[in-house]
Design a protein around this ligand. Structure first.
Ligand code: IPD
Ligand code: CA
Ligand code: CA
Ligand code: CA
Length: 264
């Protein structure tokens, strides 16, 4: 697989930030952990990784805008391009020594996500996709799983934030789905949940209460891996609603049907 100049820029930035995360993993007492809200942690590890990504991407592509989890929106001089950056997806896992976290970077061009990268530094797994060029895990082409029976499927979900989420909706959705699937999982890093659907480790996934930095790269990975996605209510733009449901064509459709029954 030949990496494009854009993907080289993105990979270099992500690798640099990942070295910072690796140094900080397990050093929780030195990371100035604070809460943005109940159950919503942030630390020096998140902030350092974000700064590294921002500096590297700014240098390589001056003028592009940014949508960053920790530093917010920075308008660029180029109105057509902006990066969506989650410097540490799975902060709660990270701060508890749970090795399930990643960096996620998506590039939006003229309103469309055209490149995405998700890197898991612990497992050294690099997921990349460019629009129209397929999706890859460590240089090998990936595809969504082929299973078509919900009863065989392993389905992941997110849990609503302690303070923010609508627990009633979630519990109804969970009970609507769990009786029909082979297994349920909740890993705690949305970007990796999406990457795992793209490479067929997970058959389907849904979550509400997400942001563009959590899902932009993963959405492109899934599409480029032959998968289907929508928001959790079947609508066309997860980046607007911050909800997502995905899988292969059949299981995405079946998952939406089950989620709909939770509304009755
Ligand atoms: C969180 C993780 C988690 C998801 C939350 C996200 P963060 O991202 O992706 O799996 O359930 O909704 O906010 O805050 O660790 O980057
Ligand atoms: Ca966070
Ligand atoms: Ca996140
Ligand atoms: Ca984060």
């Amino acid at each position: 697989m030949i990496r494009s100049p854009l993907m080289t820029v993105m990979t270099d930035a992500v690798m640099k930030a990942s070295r910072s995360l690796k140094r900080d993993f397990g050093e929780v007492e030195n990371l100035q952990v604070s809460r943005k809200g109940p159950g919503d942690f942030v630390s020096a590890a998140d902030r350092k990784a974000e700064q590294i990504l921002r500096d590297a991407l700014e240098k390589a592509r001056p003028g592009y805008g940014f949508v960053m989890e920790e530093s917010g929106v920075v308008k660029g001089t180029d109105p057509n391009h902006r990066w969506h950056i989650d410097p540490l997806d799975g902060t709660t896992n990270f701060l508890h020594g749970l090795p399930q976290f990643a960096i996620s970077v998506g590039l939006e061009r003229d309103g469309q996500i055209v490149a995405g990268i998700i890197y898991d530094p612990v497992k050294d797994e690099l997921f990349i996709a460019e629009k129209g060029k397929g999706a890859y895990l460590n240089n090998r082409r990936i595809r969504v799983a082929a299973r078509t029976e919900m009863a065989d499927a392993v389905v992941a979900c997110g849990l609503p934030h302690i303070a923010k989420g609508d627990h009633g909706v979630f519990l109804k959705e969970l009970s609507a789905v769990m009786g029909h699937v082979g297994g349920m999982r909740r890993f705690g890093a949305a970007a990796l949940d999406l990457a795992y659907v793209a490479c067929g480790r997970l058959d389907a996934y849904w979550e509400r209460g997400l942001n563009s930095w959590d899902i932009s790269a993963g959405m492109l990975l899934i599409r480029e891996a032959g998968g289907y996605l929508s928001d959790a209510d079947g609508g066309s733009d997860p980046l607007v609603t911050g909800t997502i449901a995905c899988g292969n064509e059949t299981l995405h459709r079946e998952l939406l049907k089950l989620l709909k029954t939770a509304k009755r």
